[in-house]
Design a protein around this ligand. Structure first.
Ligand SMILES: Cc1cc2nc3c(=O)[nH]c(=O)nc-3n(C[C@H](O)[C@H](O)[C@H](O)COP(=O)(O)OP(=O)(O)OC[C@H]3O[C@@H](n4cnc5c(N)ncnc54)[C@H](O)[C@@H]3O)c2cc1C
Length: 333
């Protein structure tokens, strides 16, 4: 294959560069940012993502900057009662052959960049819609992709929710690491440890101030401690007619942004990258049905998370209580 140009040095673009390089195809990554992304918040990497990254030889480097949560616990907004618990840790690793990790985004991007040959990533190199390098152009330039904009005329649309994010100090006696999700009417909170900090994400339709004041005191206090949190309005896009046109192909959020409620956006970008480097011609057919299922589950997950108290919410809680690791097989295996 000819040399590949990749627009966007995020999780998807850098993983694609590594996957192409593993197959002997040289790449150049054009990243708009003039410098590596600073700090940044946490990210969950489920086994379907770590399997790809470990396969690219990144296991030891990732392990050094990650936490292995023992479980994901779903809790009720009002009293913190545990509605359900999915074991992660050793159980997930044994079942899926790859671990569930949490880490800082900047560390993930650092591990990916460090594994690339020097000079692969060109920082301060924004790509616009007229960019047509020789060979293949991969649009991995995220939600507001310029590469996609040159192919299709649609725009991202706001889904009505904002994610408020913060990194908080770890409690003095944090106990085993756990991903905790508190569910309530029209809003939810996610907390998980990354090395040296607790990553908090509070999702609500309106301002953060006052949104969680009536919640169980420990989660209310976490949200209070997060203020002033960094706001991230949540957008998505309709599925494009195709992910590929001639020598231009899209991956990750540029192709299929999704609400973050399943913690799968970056994981799917990573899966895309591996599939693209393996078989350009079969890429979209191989990936699209799975991605559409994940997008649909993310949308449905948001609706389920935010049910008001009542019969539908109680049926949801029964499903959560009955759910176990095997129910995640379609996603993580
Ligand atoms: C609150 C929140 C929590 C999330 N949590 C998780 C999680 O736990 N697990 C998970 O898997 N996913 C999660 N996601 C989703 C995940 O962040 C995205 O799906 C993922 O970052 C997409 O990766 P990407 O490489 O496609 O795009 P991006 O990460 O957006 O990267 C695009 C890159 O392209 C660059 N760029 C943009 N325009 C240009 C241009 N014109 N020229 C050159 N470069 C350009 C950008 O600077 C950026 O570096 C979360 C999302 C949100 C909002």
């Amino acid at each position: 294959m000819d040399a590949v140009s990749i627009a966007g040095g995020g999780v998807g673009g850098l993983t694609a560069a590594l996957a192409f390089a593993a197959g002997g195809v040289p790449c150049t990554v054009h990243e708009r940012r003039p410098a590596p992304a600073p700090g940044g918040f946490g990210i969950q990497l489920p086994p379907n993502a770590t399997r790809v990254l470990f396969g690219l030889g990144l296991g030891p480097a990732l392990e050094k900057v990650s936490v292995r949560p023992a479980a994901r616990e779903i809790r009720r907004w009002s009293d913190g009662a545990v509605l359900g618990r999915i074991p992660l840790g050793e159980a997930a690793e044994a079942r899926y052959g790859a671990p569930y990790l949490t880490l800082r985004r900047a560390d993930l991007l650092g591990v990916l960049s460090d594994a690339l040959a020097p000079g692969t990533v060109r920082l301060g190199s924004p790509v616009d819609g007229s960019f047509r390098p020789p060979g293949l152009l991969v649009g991995a330039d995220g939600l507001h992709s310029s590469v996609r904009g040159a192919l299709w005329a649609d725009e991202p649309h706001y889904i009505g929710y904002t994610a408020y994010r913060a990194l908080l100090p770890l409690p003095p006696d944090p106990g085993p690491p756990v991903v905790t999700v508190w569910l309530g009417s029209g809003r939810h909170v996610v907390a998980y440890p990354v090395p040296g900090a607790l990553n908090l994400v509070a999702v609500t339709a309106g301002p953060l101030e006052g949104a969680f004041e009536s919640w169980h005191a420990p989660v209310r206090d976490l949200v209070r401690a997060a203020a002033p949190a960094t706001q991230h309005a949540l957008f998505t896009r309709d599925a494009p007619p195709a992910w590929q046109r001639g020598r231009v192909v899209l991956l990750g959020d540029a192709a299929h942004p999704m609400p973050p409620f399943l913690a799968q956006g970056a994981a799917q970008a990573i899966e895309d990258a591996a599939a693209l480097a393996l078989d350009l011609d079969g890429y979209e057919a191989a990936r699209r049905p799975r991605v559409e299922r994940v997008v649909a589950a993310s949308v449905a997950g948001g609706r389920e998370y935010h049910l008001p108290d009542g019969p539908e919410q109680r049926r949801r809680d029964e499903r959560i209580a009955a759910s176990g690791l095997p129910d995640q097989d379609w996603l993580y295996a």
